[in-house]
Write a protein that binds this ligand. Structure first.
Ligand code: ATP
Ligand code: AH0
Length: 370
């Protein structure tokens, strides 16, 4: 007798791998899931990019339009190699036998995201990952959505919905990554959109001023004074009034936020942090009811200053996702493990209320191991 064919509804072990917009490293995590209601997150690990790959990516993202036309084959190869090494290290570290892994969800590295041009680009060769690791691999998660006129982001919301099914709702999940995105959850309803900047503006500012990668714990921002006029001017950006769905590229606010250049290091950081807080609060304009609780994921949840200001501004519980047992450092990697299983089952990865796609949209490309 041959092996039993994998049943759609089977719970399988999937590994998700993503490098976020801050390009600080590669997150890998494992989830046991059926791609539907069963979700059991396991271990996770972050591996840094090799310095030369990170430097090449930072250089590219600074002139990201190149990603529209250039093949970038060498860089994509280097990113692919780094992802394969990260997955191998993760499996060794977590004691996972590769034969037990049913699927890899390879998000890859976003280098340019322009849904208005029906363009989104994530680097990472799926076929090569499948072949070299001997594990079926799904990549190109966002492409079908963007081609159908969707925003192509955010994609984590269906995973948030699955994780939050036992929690009191309405609930807001806030991801403070390079860019911020929110997911409003109430029963089957999932409304999601990018809300504005999170850490990318601040990171770039403190790098220019102080030569550091980020404002640790928000200490610099906490020592400064907010230029409220400047924050109000930033908030006039029509993006905030625009009805979702909507998504952002990492650098969308950089030019408009140039006003902080006239401020001191501390006041500039304080003002950019306040801009993030104000733009998060503005997301409440676009949800049906005020959530009683905010669960915060992404690196920004470690920023004590930002979290404190969010609590003061939102006036309700604002907690890191660890408060409900989720893994804030690996939620996105887990999401792409979950979405890979959904992709293989032909289930939607995005909805009209999460990306503005005209109908619930399956997607992803499956590459067989052999
Ligand atoms: N202790 C800390 N204090 C302040 N900020 C922190 C701290 N730890 C992490 N961060 C912030 O979190 C950022 C990284 O967040 P994260 O890893 O969620 O981003 P990302 O996944 O690359 O972004 P995205 O979700 O947009 O793709 C850092 O660049 C930094 O700004
Ligand atoms: C195009 C792209 O890679 N977007 C990222 C980015 O980082 C945060 C925000 O912007 C979100 O829209 C998305 O990532 C998460 C994983 C998402 O799709 O849910």
């Amino acid at each position: 007798m041959g092996e039993r064919r994998l049943d759609d509804a089977d719970v399988v072990m999937a590994i998700g791998v993503i490098s976020g917009t801050s390009m600080d490293g590669i997150d890998v995590a494992v989830v046991r899931t059926d791609g539907d209601l069963v979700v059991e997150p396991g271990a996770g690990l972050t591996l840094p990019y090799p310095d030369d790959v990170r430097a090449a990516l930072v250089g590219l993202v600074a002139e990201a339009e190149r990603a529209l036309t250039e093949p970038l084959a060498d860089l994509e190869q280097a990113v692919t190699d780094a992802h394969i090494a990260a997955i191998e290290t993760f499996m060794a570290h977590a004691g996972i036998d590769r034969r037990a892994v049913s699927l890899i969800g390879l998000h890859g590295q976003t280098v340019y995201h322009r849904p208005d041009l029906r363009f989104t680009r994530q680097l990472g060769f799926g076929a090569e990952v499948a072949r070299r690791l001997g594990i079926d691999t799904v990549n190109r998660f966002r492409h079908a959505d963007v081609e159908a006129g969707g925003e192509g982001a955010p994609f984590a919301p269906l995973y948030h919905r699955a994780l939050a099914s036992g929690l009191a709702q309405p609930l807001m999940v806030l991801n403070l990554g390079g860019v911020a995105n929110v997911t409003y959850l109430d029963g089957d309803t999932a409304i999601a959109f990018d809300s504005g900047p999170a850490s990318a503006l601040l990171d770039d500012f403190v790098m220019r001023r102080r030569g550091v990668a980020y404002d640790r714990d928000g200490a610099l921002a906490a020592s400064g004074r907010v230029d409220e006029g400047l924050v109000a001017a930033f908030m006039e950006n029509p993006f905030f009034a625009r009805t979702p769905p909507k998504s952002l590229d990492r650098n969308d606010f950089h030019r408009r936020a140039a006003g902080v250049e006239a401020l001191s290091d501390a006041d500039g950081a304080a003002t950019l942090a306040a801009f993030t807080v104000e733009s998060v609060a503005a997301s409440l304009r676009h949800v049906p009811a005020p959530p009683a609780r905010w669960l915060v994921t992404g690196g920004g949840r470690h920023n004590a200053h930002l979290m404190g200001r969010l609590r003061a501004r939102l006036g309700v519980a604002v907690e890191p996702v660890e408060a409900v047992g989720w893994h804030g450092d690996f939620l996105e990697a887990e999401a792409f493990a979950y979405l890979a299983v959904r992709a293989r089952r032909g289930l939607p990865l995005s909805l009209p209320t999460t990306t503005g796609v005209p109908h619930p949209m399956p997607g992803g490309e499956l590459h067989r191991a052999g």
